[in-house]
Design a protein around this ligand. Structure first.
Ligand SMILES: Cc1cc2nc3c(=O)[nH]c(=O)nc-3n(C[C@H](O)[C@H](O)[C@H](O)COP(=O)(O)OP(=O)(O)OC[C@H]3O[C@@H](n4cnc5c(N)ncnc54)[C@H](O)[C@@H]3O)c2cc1C
Ligand code: FES
Length: 565
């Protein structure tokens, strides 16, 4: 923290930054601004990330002024405060500054620091003859809607969404069981009203006529579109086993699922919970339910190591030990055969019979065995791949239907090495939605001027960035792709996440394709920027001691300390 002198609405601090450096400057009891120097100029912004409040001075700054948050990858342009990447919810506020002798003077008032700077509204509903219809009121659909207005779309924006509440931050559903629609809403109703976004909440699309450009809703109503965004997310996989329909056998996707699970748990003083599956949702909810001994949790795993396909054997094994140390029991290399009714109430589950012959008591069961694209309602359609996903080009557009775009979990999009991937990450939903809103705005504006010319889009090149919270600690992960080698920096011998710090590098043929970390910020944010620019060192270099935090990012300029230059 830098020393500063406050005088009225101005604060001064020593003029001691070099290009690429930043410092938090105290401007009140609990308030800071962030002073940044890039390309020989000072910029001052709010100091906390607008997603969940991370201290941005601990983030990754490139020499051309992109600042990436250390926690979940939100990125801002420090010159304008504008959002570059998800999951930021608001822009950063910017403040003017000037140099006076050996001081930098920042003009900032307490008043200005109070409210976040909302997304700009550059479009309205004035061109009623064009309509963007968005299928899905999750993060992909919601982000597309707000970004249409941010980038100046002047037609109607209609969001049709099955869930009967305003779009929510779905990631919170596995971090806590105490959720309400208000608590986890991405935006309040006023936000949509102000932007003239029409929300058809609690309504379901049953079919799309792509030739006529019409969607039909479950109640038989139809809606024409000029542009269509498909973002229906995923459907949790269920088990087709005897007893699977008994009460207290749950899956988790919606707020309703989350509330139902909470209700089932609170009916018992200390419930026996069986979780089927060791993916992210099972592991996160296991830690939530077992916290402080609230529930006795058993996790049943077809394999032997949780999260092994993504994080590899060693990290998976560490996570397993960490959960065991907190009281969770694992039963490995087996699966459920039957859900057995409770003797007290035959409508409810009472135990789970496993393939290995073992029976485990279960007041509540959570089936967390992954999810697949929620596109059953579109079948049959030539747009759908066998797995239910929809392939798009680098502009997130269906190649054969240029007015149709796909966001979020359902989109199969090309990544830099020409592979097509489908990624179930919150940031991918938000970034694809934002990019689509921008592309449709560009297309609509171009068509208004000259419909014969192809609009100029920029390709979608964001590096997937993911996080998971276990026992209150965040595991971060950026990148994607198969790997044939994992190199871990850190000591995994402790059983406690709070005592452990690691960075794991996943490489294919020596090229680092992904990085995961625990308590080692901002290594994952640094990797996501290096991967974006194709500048990450090889695994051999990292093994030889190269620290990725010292690799330059962005165009070179004069520096006196920031390794990123
Ligand atoms: C419990 C949980 C925790 C998660 N935690 C994390 C995390 O910590 N970090 C992370 O990166 N990712 C996390 N994810 C993944 C992330 O939430 C998803 O990748 C993201 O929500 C995908 O956005 P989407 O818009 O594609 O789909 P969704 O958010 O699922 O939204 C799709 C919406 O479309 C609606 N819909 C579906 N079909 C229709 C139809 N026919 N008509 C109208 N509406 C329809 C659905 O009801 C839903 O409201 C988590 C997911 C879950 C379920
Ligand atoms: S707090 Fe910054 S990205 Fe989440």
């Amino acid at each position: 923290m830098s020393t500063a002198t406050m005088s009225g609405p101005e604060v001064s601090t020593p003029n001691d930054l070099c290009n690429g450096q930043m410092k938090a400057v105290k401007v009140g009891e609990n308030q800071n601004v962030l002073l940044i120097k890039v390309q020989d100029k000072y910029y001052a912004t709010t100091a906390k990330c607008t997603h969940l409040g991370a201290p941005l001075e601990k983030g990754v700054l490139t020499s051309d002024g992109r600042l990436t948050c250390p926690w979940h990858g939100a990125c801002f342009d420090v010159k304008t405060g504008d959002i570059e990447d998800a999951p930021a919810m608001h822009c950063l506020k910017t403040f003017t500054s000037r140099i006076e002798g050996d001081q930098v003077v920042i003009s900032v008032s307490q008043e200005a620091l109070k409210e976040p700077r909302p997304l700009p509204i550059r479009g309205s509903r004035k061109r009623k003859e064009i309509t963007a219809v968005i299928i899905g009121n999750g993060v992909g659909g919601q982000s597309a809607a707000e970004s249409l207005r941010e980038y100046g779309f002047n037609g109607r924006v209609v969001v049709v969404g099955k869930e009967p509440y305003l779009p929510i931050d779905r990631t919170k559903l596995s971090k806590s069981l105490d959720n309400t629609a208000e608590k986890i809403a991405l935006r309040k109703q006023e936000f949509y009203t102000e932007r003239e976004i029409e929300l058809k909440i609690g309504e379901e699309v049953k079919s799309v006529d792509f030739d006529k450009k019409v969607v039909t809703l479950a109640d038989g109503n139809t809606q024409d579109y000029s542009y269509l965004v498909i973002s229906p997310g995923s459907t949790p996989r269920k088990l087709d086993l005897p007893g699977a329909n008994l009460k207290n056998v749950h899956v988790l996707r919606s707020l309703t699922d989350n509330n139902d699970l909470q209700k089932a748990l609170t009916a018992f003083p200390k419930p026996n919970v069986v979780i089927i599956g060791t993916g992210w949702i099972g592991m996160e909810l296991g830690s939530v339910m077992a916290k402080d001994g609230k529930a006795k949790v058993t996790i049943v795993d077809k394999g032997d190591i949780p999260l092994k396909p993504v994080l590899g054997y060693d990290i998976g094994k560490f996570i397993k030990r960490w959960h065991e140390a907190n009281g969770i029991k694992f039963i490995s290399n087996t699966g459920p055969k039957k859900f057995v009714a409770s003797e007290d109430d035959p409508a409810k589950v009472g135990s789970v019979l496993l393939d290995n012959g073992q029976t485990v008591s279960a007041d509540v069961v959570l089936v967390a065995i992954g999810a697949g694209p929620a596109t059953e309602w579109l079948k049959p359609s030539p747009l759908l791949n066998d797995d239910g996903s929809i392939t798009v080009n680098k502009y997130l557009q269906v190649e054969s239907r240029k007015e149709v775009f796909v966001a979020g979990d359902v989109a199969k999009f090309p990544v830099s090495d020409s592979r097509n991937v489908r990624v179930e990450h919150y940031n991918v939903g938000r970034n694809t939605g934002r990019e689509i809103g921008r592309n449709i705005s560009i297309a609509a504006a171009a068509a208004e001027k000259d419909s014969t010319k192809a609009p100029k889009f920029t390709p979608f090149t964001k590096v997937p960035y993911f996080w998971s919270v276990q026992w209150g600690k965040s595991i971060r992960y950026a990148g994607s792709g198969p790997y044939d080698e994992v190199y871990i920096e850190g000591d995994l011998t402790s059983k406690k996440g709070e005592d452990t710090s690691f960075a794991a590098y996943y490489a294919q043929n020596g090229k680092v394709v992904a990085v995961a970390s625990l308590n080692k910020d901002p290594v994952v944010s640094q990797f996501s920027e290096l991967a974006r620019l194709g500048r990450c060192p090889s695994l051999a270099e990292i093994k030889a001691g190269k620290d990725i935090l010292t690799v330059p990012i962005g165009p070179a300029s004069e520096s006196c300390g920031n390794p990123n230059l």
